[in-house]
Design a protein around this ligand. Structure first.
Ligand SMILES: Cc1ncc(C[n+]2csc(CCOP(=O)(O)OP(=O)(O)O)c2C)c(N)n1
Ligand code: SF4
Length: 249
């Protein structure tokens, strides 16, 4: 029988620990497939976050480090500056990147660190029990906003890709979704561009994945996809927010 899919070499054999229907595993797989395709595994270092994807350092089969909550961009900066020939990526959730780690990500982007950021936006703190994140939607019920996010009280959800693209230095920024098979195919193209630009030493790149947290949203896997399509896509438009390779062409 013809083999049409195998586990990427850039993933270890460990079984993911994510909840059923969680899309962290899909994001991991896309990154690993592209690392294989670009033959980057032997000279890539990743930084795992604090959050549900904390064990990314066990799942990716390349050199990995674990950073304190929100500090992945700072750790990655040090790694890249100490070993400029290595390709460095970070993987962070929205609590990690857009709350406690806001300063680190903005300054790393502003310095144009030649690193790739993978940002998984599921609009909630997953690991700690579904608290409101900076990306939780207006009116969204979470364990710390049981009556819904009140924007008069806590402000509006932060649009990270738009915020980063206001800076001069970033080379490539795109927001993609993992909500349909077609979107996953498009997301892989974005991952490929981000890692290729990294391999070519071009500059700061970031892919924001719109994702789900069925467990803390209180939905099943299918319902969570529908909820994200109805509620996240209008607020977080998909698209390329910066691509200097187009400007250079
Ligand atoms: C300094 C510090 N503060 C708070 C925490 C608790 N904490 C662990 S994970 C997390 C939020 C993770 O949410 P997110 O980054 O959105 O990732 P997800 O779990 O949704 O993938 C928090 C607040 C911690 N581990 N360290
Ligand atoms: S709590 Fe949410 S983000 Fe975390 S593994 Fe489960 S579904 Fe995924």
């Amino acid at each position: 029988m013809e083999t049409i899919a195998t586990r990427p070499k850039s993933l270890t054999d460990l079984q993911f620990t994510y909840c059923p229907g969680c899309l962290h595993g899909v994001a991991h797989r896309l990154i690993a497939e592209v690392m294989d395709e670009l033959d980057m595994r032997d000279n890539t270092m990743g930084v795992a976050p604090v959050g549900c994807s904390v064990f990314a350092y066990k799942f990716f089969n390349c050199d990995m480090a674990e950073a304190a909550h929100g500090r992945a961009p700072a750790v990655a900066t040090g790694m890249k500056r100490a070993r400029p020939s290595m390709h460095v990526f970070t993987y962070q959730g929205d609590g990690d990147l857009a709350a406690i780690g806001t300063a680190e990500i903005i300054h790393a982007a502003n310095r144009g660190e030649k690193i790739t950021r993978f940002f998984v936006n599921n609009a909630i703190y997953g690991m700690t029990g579904g608290q409101m994140a900076p990306t939780s939607l207006p009116g969204m019920k979470t364990s710390t906003s049981p009556y819904g996010r009140d924007t008069d009280d806590v402000g509006f959800p932060i649009k990270v890709s738009e915020l980063m693209s206001a800076l001069e230095a970033p080379y490539y920024i795109e927001r993609v979704s993992l909500l349909t098979p077609q979107d996953i195919i498009k997301a892989k193209k974005a991952v490929r561009k981000a890692l290729l630009f990294n391999k070519e030493g071009r500059g700061f790149s970031m892919v924001e994945f719109l994702s789900t947290c069925p467990t803390n949203w209180g939905l099943d896997a299918i319902e969570s996809l529908e909820w994200a399509k109805e509620n996240m896509l209008p607020y977080f438009p998909l698209g390329v927010y910066r691509d200097k390779s187009v400007e250079e062409a």
